[in-house]
Design a protein around this ligand. Sequence first.
Ligand code: TIU
Length: 222
Amino acid sequence: MVLIAAQPYDYELPSDSQKVALLIIDMQRDFLEPGGFGEALHNEVSHLSAIIPTIKNLLEIFRKLQLPVFHTIEGHQPDLSDCPPSKLRRGKSQLKIGDTGSMGRILVLGEPGNAITPQLQPIAGETVISKPGKGAFYNTHLQLHLHKQEITHLIITGVTTEVCVQTTMREANDRGFECLLVEDATASYFPQFKQSTLEMIRAQGGIVGWTATAANVIQAFC
Ligand code: TIU
């Protein structure tokens, strides 16, 4: 039995490691760099990039072991037909979804700013899920892919902890996936929100799932 030292207690990996996927949520320039959606919402974006090397380490291990990897991208069709008016209106920012900023149209699929950050670019064989919402299961084929590959366990990373990461982890938990959030491979514009999210996820005996450090996850796989 392989265990990851985690909170609130050890996380047990399935005996068939192909049932474990690495899920990398929204590591896009739109959230990590000036000129994108994150900055348009008045956030200080610079410190999110600190988690890139940690996610890269996990990604390299999954690649080396040929385990499944999923990337998500938050973005909308160029005609914004998949963006609810409520999301468009939200934020009262000068640059709205679909407006042109320094990295192209804000939060629009295919624009330079909407791309995954260069260090974490997907490679052949990895699944990329474009999503219109905060949760990666809403209006996507993620569940279909996971079921088809018989994946039961998700090692979750990405940004932002309390928005797309937490929403996705809750959606996954309700669908029966055993979820572990990697503490130092997720980040928020608000450090206190990240901390609260980690605590609420693992409270009540792991009501949403587990959290663990990347070092502990890596140790279990190596
Ligand atoms: N604004 C914010 O914190 N996050 C998002 O809008 N999307 C994601 O978390 N990916």
